[in-house]
Ligand binder design. Sequence first.
Ligand code: SF4
Ligand code: F3S
Length: 111
Amino acid sequence: TFVVTENCIKCKYTDCVEVCPVDCFHEGPNFLVIDPDECIDCTLCEPECPAEAIFSEDDVPKEHQKYLEINAELARSWPVITESKEPPADADQWDRIKNSEVEDKFPHLEK
Ligand code: SF4
Ligand code: F3S
């Protein structure tokens, strides 16, 4: 399965959802998750994320291993999202790819 990790928090660009052939992205207030029971490992979403937040489960960085369980857990309660939408106005400011000063975003994850 593929996994959404920390840099999606407060960025939520949603480019990823348009390419998923099995609609397995679920949306929370400021983060998306992938349902591991639905993902077919097609790999299409990974390069779509400008925040580089999506990894194959085998490639999730050590410090972000907890996101495997977080994706599985939150996919059960959050609704499916299939169409991209405007990201938060301050998304770029929270994007570690664009702003090297961004620190641990896990405390900002809203459930
Ligand atoms: Fe969807 Fe494919 Fe990404 Fe899995 S790898 S979440 S099936 S786009
Ligand atoms: Fe999040 Fe990247 Fe998708 S920031 S919403 S995983 S495009």
